[in-house]
Write a protein that binds this ligand. Structure first.
Ligand code: HEM
Length: 512
């Protein structure tokens, strides 16, 4: 998700909850409902997708226990084929596991699959779809996407924000050198340094300033930068995959689940209180006549049709999205390079031949095919958003030659598409060289489906590529990276986007 733009499928993994909560209810009533629900399926000449067998009432929920549905989905594709259906409680979900059907869903059949069905947690955290990534494909979506592209993420906007990216990468490198000087034999935690700097960039793009602290009247306290980061980024990321068992049994939405609601509501209230305080502070600057090229100033002057709440949400969206997936990709790329000295040297040699004694900059990226290959191969093997935020089928359609009835949810398993051995040789291996092969078009940014596709394609793909490629290039140009002992096996992931469970620990050595 992208941060939040990632995985409401996190909710797919809520098995324990429903099983326990259902104990006292009439099975008869539930079975009746499920049977009625099923009758809607199959009113076309095309066959329905194969079903993964589950158990009555909860369907396949128990099989999704490992909290990484993309892995389970990929395994199922080997048995049931590229398109199959599962049941998450009372909901039918169709899972797509190859690039071809994924493209069919995002492009050809988009008109029938352009809305989202959100979990209860996401409904609260997105203030009822008030963000680009989680809205339906409607007027709000088109307007909001246009705004974020015009001021923050489109090519011209990225040119205007270039200075902030250069400063950010310079700061990270400087901190790495300082760390090395003070702790020459210790492993560095790149994530800690990079996450903080990315957050700074996000604040500058959104508000014009890397805020160090803020007094939040509504919370009656002054928050440090770390506390602001927690409330705006870490907490909502965690909340977004929180599970409310009622998600799986919508006909039981009247059943109270207060502890869940209170927890998520509190996150939402704190986040909006902080956003309001940050905006209020910047409005004082604007009132004093000082305008800055940032998203807030732009929205206040150009986005007249948006409400105050929508502006708060859109600013927050740009902050959380900048802070997460680029970090995930860069950390995984550095992990792979630190594990593989030969490929790291190959990349170093390429950078030296392109840049000589100069530091690598964004202008040099187009002359560095191996660096681009490292980036794409990392997106392929470690897709930061392994499953596209669930889409909802609002009218009968077809996919992969199957009839897909209205009311189904669609999960596009990007991880599965990228592990498809009909398309990728030895897909489990991290092998950047595969992208130097002619059969992959090097101009096609979307070859791995990592950024989704069609009208809902990721708005931040350019920013993510610029930052991640320049950062990887510069880190390798300045330092030799080596994993600490035992780190090689630390490949587990966590969370909404595929964060490395344990931050990479690497020993670095200056190349100068
Ligand atoms: C490597 C980094 C990133 C990856 C892999 C990624 C991936 C994705 C994916 C898979 C989607 C969903 C597309 C769909 O629903 O079909 C998406 C949407 C989106 N992303 Fe990203 N993203 C990344 C970075 C960013 C960044 C840095 C930003 C902004 C700062 C961003 C902003 C957005 C927005 C606004 C959307 C919603 C687009 C729409 O619904 O029209 N992303 N991204």
């Amino acid at each position: 998700m992208e941060a939040i733009q990632a995985l409401p499928v996190g909710t797919v993994v809520a098995y324990g909850g429903p099983a326990i909560a259902l104990g006292g209810l009439s099975l008869f009533f539930l079975r009746g409902y499920v049977n009625n629900h099923r009758n809607g399926w199959g009113s076309s000449n095309l066959p329905l997708p194969p079903e993964v067998p589950g158990v009555p009432i909860i369907g396949n929920l128990l099989q999704l226990k490992e909290k990484k549905p993309h892995n389970t989905f990929t395994k199922w594709a080997q048995t049931y084929g590229p398109v199959y259906s599962i049941k998450t409680g009372a909901n039918k979900m169709v899972v797509l596991n190859t690039g071809d059907v994924a493209k069919e869903a995002t492009v050809t059949r988009f008109q029938s699959i352009s809305t989202r069905k959100l979990s209860n947690a996401l409904r609260i955290l997105t203030a009822d779809k008030s963000m680009v990534a989680m809205s339906d494909y409607d007027e709000f979506h088109k307007t909001a996407k246009r705004h974020v592209l015009t001021n923050v993420l489109g090519p011209n906007a990225q040119k205007r924000h270039r200075i902030h990216r250069d400063t950010m990468i310079g700061n990270v490198v400087q901190q790495l050198h300082a760390f090395l000087k003070d702790h020459p034999f210790e492993a560095v935690n790149l994530r800690k340094i990079f996450a903080s700097e990315l957050f700074g960039l996000a604040l500058k793009q959104a508000l014009g300033k890397d805020v160090q602290s803020i007094h939040v009247e509504e919370l009656g306290t002054t928050l440090s930068r770390d506390e602001i980061f927690k409330i705006l980024v870490l907490d909502p990321m965690e909340g977004a995959i929180d599970v409310d068992w009622r998600d799986f049994f919508p006909y039981m939405k009247w059943f109270p689940n207060k502890s869940f609601e209170n927890k998520i509501e509190q996150m939402h209230i704190r986040r909006l209180a902080v956003m309001k305080a940050l905006i209020k502070e910047q409005k004082k600057r604007i009132a004093s006549g000082e305008e800055i090229n940032c998203y807030l100033d732009y929205l206040l002057s150009e986005a007249k049709t948006l409400s105050e709440k929508q502006i708060e949400m859109l600013l927050w969206e740009s902050i959380i999205e900048t802070s997460d997936t680029t970090l995930v990709t860069t950390e995984w790329a550095m992990y792979e390079l630190a594990k593989d000295p030969e490929r790291q040297n190959r990349l170093y040699r390429e950078i030296q031949s392109v840049c000589g004694a100069d530091k690598i900059t964004e202008e040099k990226l187009c002359q560095s095919p191996y660096l681009a290959a490292v980036f794409h191969e990392t997106l392929r093997k470690h897709s930061p958003v392994p499953i596209v935020p669930l889409r909802y089928v609002h009218e009968d359609t077809e996919l992969g030659g199957y009839h897909i009835p209205a009311g189904s949810e669609i999960a596009i398993n990007i991880h599965g598409c990228n592990m498809d051995n009909n398309v990728w040789e030895v897909p489990e291996e991290w092998m950047p060289e595969r992208f130097l092969d002619r059969k992959y078009d090097s101009a096609d940014l979307f070859k791995t489906m990592a950024f989704g596709g069609g009208k809902r394609v990721c708005a931040g793909a350019l920013q993510a590529s610029l930052i991640s490629c320049t950062a990887i290039g510069r880190f390798v140009q300045e330092f030799e990276w080596r994993l600490t002992d035992g780190e090689e096996d630390n490949v587990d992931t966590l969370g909404l986007t595929t964060h490395k469970l344990h931050p990479m620990k690497a020993i670095i050595k200056s190349r100068n």
